[in-house]
Write a protein that binds this ligand. Structure first.
Ligand code: GRG
Length: 303
């Protein structure tokens, strides 16, 4: 039986509430800009606060809602994942990587500050992510905290996001097969999205094996879906709407789902991945509604 999506207003309200509570929690976690070293702390806050869709925190909360996790514990995992995401964007924008000047509708961190400060801000945000998982008053058992640290470290590391980024940089100017492209994105973008879902679910009651597998299938599809849509937006949207430089992939001669498959097939693939994500979420039964709404949001987003 297919779970009906919630009325749009309910999802929009829930999304706004999670985004707001994530912002408040990040605000508390990040050192004040008045605390030394002021410039580094200002750069960290600049990179994290006041912008971003918070897709990964939303996934943490949606998966946690499925397993009945406490909201305060989910905030902690959500912030840790978002701090890693923010670090990756700061480093990705550096001249030695994608060399971009616009992010979230404003100058990139190294443009607003300087390259060395941006590099350090990214480093410190990564450390802050793991510190966040280790601290806090919530009743998260030490063994569970360790699991969360492990999940996040695996997702961010050389066999996750950083590894995917290395493949991405090495692929500039080359023709990848669809399989190679998928391998790259499962790591670069997908690993953190998958970890968001796993960490959220892990904070609540255990799922029986079938539901656990369905949730992981959902997370894998959502990660790839996010990237296919990102590639379509990069070539079909504009800089003002995206808040980052449109057409950057072509400018950097990067293989994308659009260059490898063509626009029509890339769009078809996004529909297939959405269907598969929705099918997987259906298997989760009641409680999976937010995940369904989020998969649709990932496809329908404009930036
Ligand atoms: C530097 C180790 C290292 C990794 C960087 C994720 C990544 C790897 C680079 C980002 C480049 C990029 C545009 C990837 C496409 C998918 C993606 C992560 C888009 C940005 O995420 P959103 O749309 O951003 O969730 P907001 O600003 O909403 O948080």
């Amino acid at each position: 039986m297919r779970i009906e999506p919630e009325p749009a207003g309910i999802f929009a309200d829930w999304m706004a509430e999670v985004q707001a509570r994530t912002e408040r929690a990040l605000e508390r976690i990040l050192p004040c800009a008045q605390v030394a070293p002021q410039r580094l702390h200002a750069a960290m806050r600049y990179a994290v606060l006041g912008a971003g869709k918070r897709v990964r925190p939303l996934l943490v909360h949606a998966a946690g809602a499925l397993t009945g996790a406490a909201a305060a514990s989910l905030d902690r995992a959500a912030c840790a994942v978002e701090l890693i995401h923010a670090y990756s964007l700061v480093h990705d924008d550096l001249p030695c990587m994608d060399d971009d000047t616009l992010r979230r509708g404003r100058p990139t961190c190294h443009v607003e500050f300087d390259q060395a400060t941006a590099l350090l801000a990214g480093d410190a945000l990564q450390s802050a992510a793991f510190q966040t998982l280790c601290e806090g008053p919530e009743h998260i058992e030490p063994a569970l905290r360790l699991d969360l640290v492990r999940l996040l470290a695996q997702a961010a590391g050389s066999r996750g996001m950083a590894g995917g980024q290395a493949i991405d940089l090495a692929s500039v100017g080359s023709a990848l097969s669809v399989e190679e492209l998928e391998f790259m994105h499962i790591h670069k973008t997908g690993a953190l999205i998958r970890a968001s879902v796993k960490m959220g679910a892990r904070l609540g009651a255990g799922l029986e094996a079938g539901a656990g597998a369905a949730l992981d299938r959902y997370a894998r599809c959502a990660g790839l879906l996010f990237q296919v849509v990102d590639d379509l937006l990069d070539c079909e949207s504009n800089t003002a709407t995206l808040g980052k430089t449109a057409g950057k992939d072509r400018e950097n001669d990067k293989p994308t789902y659009v260059t490898v498959l063509g626009t029509a097939r890339a769009r078809e693939l996004s529909r297939e991945l959405l269907d598969e994500a929705l099918e997987a979420a259906d298997e989760l039964g009641p409680g999976g509604e937010r995940l369904i709404d989020l998969a649709r949001f990932i496809v329908e987003r404009k930036y």
